[in-house]
Design a protein around this ligand. Sequence first.
Ligand code: HEM
Length: 366
Amino acid sequence: MAERLKAHGLLGEMAAEFAGTMILILFGVGVVAQVVATGVGEIQSIHWAWGLGVVFGVYVAGRISGAHLNPAVTIALAAFKGFPWRKVGPYALAQFLGAFFAALLVRWNYTEALAKADPGHTIKTQGVFSTLPANGNPNLPDYHQDVRGLAVAFHLDGSRPVISAQSLPLFSVRSPDEFQALISALAPGPAQLLRLPAFLLRHPHAALSLPTNNKALKAPLSYATLPYYAIHAYKWIAADGSSRFVRYHWMPEAGDHRLSGKDAKAGGRDYLKNEIAERLAAGPVRFTLRVQVAEDGDVTRDPSSRWPASRRVFDGGTLELTEPIAEEGVLVFDPTAVTDGIELSDDVVLQFRAGAYTESVNRRLA
Ligand code: HEM
């Protein structure tokens, strides 16, 4: 068979690449579909089946085409090992078609299981067919580089004001529209490589926040060792009617401590969750509310604006966490919930967030 295909020259080699890649993807994507959609098997099944897929793909195509089974391998062989460039396109085409055909077969075979596991065909099962840079997904491991949040609700007589804060010191965009454009640019997929630079070119001010925010993304030692920033300006009104704009952030009593990526990974996928439970069992965790006071002329409308570091900052109180509690019912942390003596600023993103959170909660409950 191998000799017969070899006799067909390039066409025979393309057939081998098609078949080899198809087998590789049938095993690889097939096992992920099985684990994700039916719950049969686990991570070991995925490792072994992918490995077997490579072996069988190589057995099928090895003697005819060299079993590249991946355009990246073909290009690398052409660039460094003298593989003829004229064959790169045909090989890549055959590999693409083989992989696509295999994915279609898996999709067809698991139609019912996929529809049952994920009726909306959402990102939950998209990972069966593609690898995604993970973001915004609560099931991600704790060592994944991500923004962390601290939302605090104050239960007062007749009101429940909220301070909603996150671990990035700078909000990189100026309006809800820009935020939407940023989220679209960050959407998982290979196109992100182009979309993100294009977004930054169109919104150069967003690029300015990158160095500071990148540092803040470094893996935390603990949820208790991160500062959290509430970003927006709020108006504080005194008894005599005078008012000042302020911004808040929470400073951890335990200090700001980070881990290397390697150490964070060694902690395991739930290291932050486990760590905070242990820490709370040993004693309370405290944060100080730092309040920065604006002066006349400081920008309040744009959440990406910074007030000069020379502005007065004072301690507004201490938050003490004593024990973890299980979520009861639906928790909503609407940052536009304020109380007597506090009003929203004209910050366009702050004003927008009320509607976004209500919509999100409604969808979660739907
Ligand atoms: C246009 C800007 C923003 C939009 C559209 C937005 C949207 C959302 C949505 C839809 C949720 C989920 C709410 C839920 O289902 O309960 C959420 C959660 C959250 N957001 Fe934002 N957000 C924005 C900006 C911000 C900013 C500036 C901060 C911090 C200063 C922030 C901090 C948080 C926190 C801490 C949570 C988690 C709250 C919880 O667990 O209930 N967000 N955001």
